[in-house]
Design a protein around this ligand. Structure first.
Ligand SMILES: [Mn+2]
Length: 419
């Protein structure tokens, strides 16, 4: 079921295909001189996947306010429609990540049918024990899964199990847990006991998950707790994942690190230890800014993908990833941000595939940092836009997704329909 008219997309592509073929052929000759087959790079680019967050279809907002735009989704069904628009344009985002209870799901069977009719699937569930819901018996003000009161922990565990139950009805296969638990003052929490309580709760959630599901735990340096956080870094995340079970993995949210953290190295460590489960892609300048992926530090994004592609081509055993966007769109049209961020992570992945790995290994062995960096920079500075556009075109998407979206006038239509 198409939302943007296929005739509009065809017309849009028709006026751009000849210029794209020119650029593509030129890039193909350039890459051939480097021993790279552009056809192989393009085929690989058609297989790229990044999941869309249902919550990314609305304006997020900050703690100072929220400025919703016209035609924002009113229900989960509207959010699915907006994800379907993104998928129609970029064709590498068939997977959706849901957030309970931000997504109100009263009729899972209807939702599953709607998602499938749009050519999409729900892959991952996300719980929310970082804010209180109306009528909830116990407050999360002082924590959830690691709370000192067993009744609060039990409520938080039950919520996570409920999310998994909804996910099963929707055909999902993974559950992602982020907790805001921590302390704002020295002395507020007993660090070791809080982590032990978190582990106990996580074991209860893991025990309730279907055997073929994966459980992701997402660490974060700080915020909303400003002094200490229970699951604060990748090392703690790795420890917890290892302690709790084989199908528990660390999820890396790019914004959840200190600004100077070498995130690509965190990624490499988790790959080596067999516990990297996936990503929440976004970008940041100062903290957990939730800016659009690739908008601030595109070289860092490339370096992260460089580690992923290295693991892929080196055949690291059991290496499987769930990649999602997780952003807060405050000043842009959420559909445009999702489209643009998808293109940015797709770009980083495609550039990383162009790294001359044999040359890089040689320079590493010979301790030649200048030439090693040169190998990475050669891939990073290659304009792979024609490969991305050709991949989208072959998959039935738009050569210029943002241009096609703007010209479709669909936002105006939504602003009237969703008044
Ligand atoms: Mn996240």
């Amino acid at each position: 079921m198409d939302i943007i008219s296929p005739a509009h997309l065809a017309e849009h592509n028709q006026s751009r295909i000849s210029a794209l073929e020119d650029d593509y052929d030129h890039l193909g000759r350039q890459l051939a001189r480097r021993g790279i087959d552009i056809a192989a790079a393009t085929t690989r680019a058609t297989r790229f996947r990044v999941a869309l967050p249902s919550w990314g279809t609305s304006t997020g907002g900050t703690r100072f306010g929220r400025f919703p735009g016209p035609g924002e989704p009113r229900t989960i069904f509207d959010k699915i429609d907006d994800c379907a628009v993104v998928q129609q344009l970029v064709r590498v985002t068939p997977d959706i990540s849901l957030h309970i209870p931000w997504d109100r799901i009263d009729r899972p069977a209807d939702l599953r049918a709607c998602v499938a009719a749009r050519g999409l699937q729900v892959t991952t569930m996300n719980s929310n024990t970082f804010e209180d819901q109306p009528g909830q018996p116990h407050s999360y003000k002082f924590g959830s899964l690691s709370h000192t009161d067993p009744a609060v922990r039990q409520q938080a565990v039950a919520h996570n199990i409920e999310c998994i139950g909804i996910g099963r009805e929707l055909g999902a296969r993974a559950h992602s847990v982020w907790i805001a638990d921590g302390g704002n003052f020295p002395g507020q929490q007993h660090f070791r006991r809080a982590l032990d309580r978190y582990l106990d709760s996580l074991r209860a959630i893991y025990a309730a998950a279907p055997a073929d599901w994966r459980l992701y735990i997402e660490h974060k340096l700080f915020e909303p707790a400003f002094y200490s956080t229970v699951l604060n870094d990748w090392g703690t995340s790795y420890y917890c994942a290892r302690e709790v079970g084989e199908r528990v993995f660390s999820l890396v949210d790019l914004g959840h690190h200190a600004p100077t953290t070498n995130i690509e190295m965190v990624v490499a460590r988790l790959i080596q230890l067999g516990k990297l489960g996936g990503f929440h892609f976004n970008d940041s300048k100062y903290g957990d800014d939730d800016l659009d992926a690739g908008s601030i530090a595109p070289f860092q994004l490339f370096l992260v993908f460089n580690e992923l592609v290295a693991a892929e081509v080196e055949g690291v055993a059991g290496f499987e990833l769930d990649c999602m966007l997780d952003q807060s769109h405050n000043v842009t049209d959420p559909i445009e941000s999702l489209v643009s961020s998808t293109i940015e992570v797709h770009r980083a992945d495609t550039q990383a595939f162009l790294v001359d790995r044999a040359a890089l290994a040689g320079y590493q062995d010979r301790n030649d940092p200048m030439m090693a960096l040169g190998v990475l920079k050669q891939a990073f500075t290659t304009d792979v836009a024609p490969i991305l556009a050709m991949a989208r075109h072959r998959l039935g998407g738009a050569i210029d997704p943002l241009g096609a979206w703007r010209a479709s006038g669909h936002r105006q239509h939504l602003s009237e329909e969703r008044r």
